[in-house]
Design a protein around this ligand. Sequence first.
Ligand SMILES: NC(=O)c1ccc[n+]([C@@H]2O[C@H](COP(=O)([O-])OP(=O)(O)OC[C@H]3O[C@@H](n4cnc5c(N)ncnc54)[C@H](OP(=O)(O)O)[C@@H]3O)[C@@H](O)[C@H]2O)c1
Length: 212
Amino acid sequence: MKIVVAGGHGKIAMLLHPILKEKGHKVTGLIRKEEQVDDLKEAGAESVVVDIEKEDDISEFVGDADAVVFAAGAGPGSGKDRKWSVDRDGAIKLIEAAKKNGIDKYVMISAMGLDTPRGDDVFQVYQQAKAQADEALRNSGLNYVIIKPGRLTNDEGTGKVKIAEKLDRGEIPREDVARVIAEVLDNNSIKNVEFDLLSGKDEVTVALQEFV
Ligand SMILES: NC(=O)c1ccc[n+]([C@@H]2O[C@H](COP(=O)([O-])OP(=O)(O)OC[C@H]3O[C@@H](n4cnc5c(N)ncnc54)[C@H](OP(=O)(O)O)[C@@H]3O)[C@@H](O)[C@H]2O)c1
């Protein structure tokens, strides 16, 4: 399969590329800095340089693919404006590009607890931006999977997760989120679903099978 990952140099994305390559997929990361091209090559992915905030239409950069993954984010330290321009509008631009280019499958890295926003002003805007992007995807007509992880850690993955429609707060290593994304991309029976995701006791494949 050909897979395009927006936010291609993000921490989850960089863990995802080698897993997808190992499975035989061709991966392209959308990145905004030329100097990140070598990192992606080492991780097993090609690169396309594009700033998703600056372009109104990113379809020519996305090109042909079987699936797209939204792994971008304005990140900690950014203000409200960039929560809208990256976390919401970047995700929506990827939806538009997928529709325009005839790409059927869209995997969104969302977040847990968006329906009960908490924290300071900026964090609340982040949660609203993510929620609006998720809603746009649900209504897009694309075949979608919205993955809502808890707090992300850089711990080594365990390959064991918990998946449900709603979970209490918790955390999960980014590596395990990457494993779930890879499995979701490989399994065509997983479509038009959304779920909370935390570390747990079940193998990724088992947790997904039991959920869908
Ligand atoms: N932190 C948490 O606990 C948590 C919990 C649940 C969900 N999430 C979500 O999980 C997702 C992935 O997390 P992560 O930690 O892997 O993210 P990350 O390491 O912060 O990576 C985000 C990537 O987005 C890229 N990006 C930002 N603005 C861009 C633009 N204008 N054009 C192109 N690319 C742009 C960044 O590029 P640069 O490298 O150029 O900066 C970066 O590589 C995010 O959407 C986040 O909201 C986070």
